[in-house]
Design a binder for this molecule. Structure first.
Ligand SMILES: O=C(O)CCC(=O)CC(=O)O
Length: 262
């Protein structure tokens, strides 16, 4: 467990794998912390320097008051990678993590050599949906959204297993300011134009039962980047690295091999 003091906030992060290996960075979704990747990590190939972190307002990172801007979330990732002296990483971003990935790739070509945009889009939802969610949380806490969220996050079959309750618990334990702050950041973000200008190897991953960022939405963003590859994971929801960790890692391994990162 490590903490990076980047001035405005302190970010909790972890480094696993080979400290001298090729860097791969993971940014997780709304309402989750860096344990999102726990089950998938052991399936990754050897020789990678694996970095993951809790974005502001999540996990063990600082909890500044809401709202947050996407600019601040991108700056946090940028500062963490500078602190860890990371260049030419593969940045894997899931959902809001994928928005951070797009923003960082546009800003810091020296830090990011390739992208994995997982269960994400250039624009997620519309402001009225995010406002409704923020209103619900302000009235009833994150608990008020939890059951509906599980239906978007997980496939029908995964929801019949008790495992999904761990993720429900994780969601409702996130700081309210962190959840609200990130909702505001997503609501205010439309990366359609900057992402259209990206020219770097990109893999898109979608889940066939994703109720948050459905496959067509993910595909539309991936197709903005020439030469990108799109993979659909069947019988998976919004968090395929949880539901199908070995299959998810296999997609990453093939992509890392294709681009010569391993
Ligand atoms: O998961 C995210 O980071 C944002 C997208 C979303 O709507 C998640 C959810 O369904 O709660």
């Amino acid at each position: 467990m490590q903490i990076a003091d980047i001035g405005e906030v302190q970010l909790h992060y972890r480094v696993d794998g080979d400290p001298n290996g090729a860097p791969i960075v993971f940014a997780n979704s709304l309402g989750t912390d860096l344990r999102l990747w726990d089950a998938m990590l052991p399936h990754l190939p050897a020789g990678l320097r694996i970095i993951r972190y809790d974005k502001r307002g999540h996990g063990l990172s600082s909890q500044p008051p809401a709202p947050y801007s996407m600019g601040a979330l991108v700056r946090d990732a940028e500062a963490l990678l500078d602190l860890l002296d990371v260049r030419d990483c593969v940045f894997v971003g899931l959902s809001i993590g994928g928005l951070i990935a797009q923003g960082l790739a546009v800003k810091r070509m020296d830090q990011v050599r390739a992208l994995v945009l997982s269960n994400t889009a250039a624009k997620i939802g519309i402001p009225s949906i995010w406002q409704d969610r923020m209103d619900a949380v302000q009235q009833g806490g994150i608990e008020a959204l939890a059951d509906a969220t599980m239906e978007r996050w997980f496939s029908k079959s995964f929801r019949t297993t008790p495992d999904h309750l761990l993720w429900r618990n994780m969601m409702v334990r996130q700081p309210v300011d962190g959840y609200l702050g990130c909702c505001a950041a997503i609501s205010g973000t439309d990366f359609y134009t900057p992402t259209s200008g990206l020219r770097l190897p990109t893999l898109g991953i979608a889940g066939s039962e994703d109720g948050s960022t459905p496959p067509d939405l993910v595909r539309e963003t991936i197709e903005l980047i020439p030469g990108s590859k799109f993979e659909l994971m069947r019988r998976a929801g919004h968090l395929p690295c949880v539901e199908q960790p070995a299959e998810y890692a296999a997609l990453l391994r093939d992509f890392l091999t294709d681009i010569g990162h391993i």
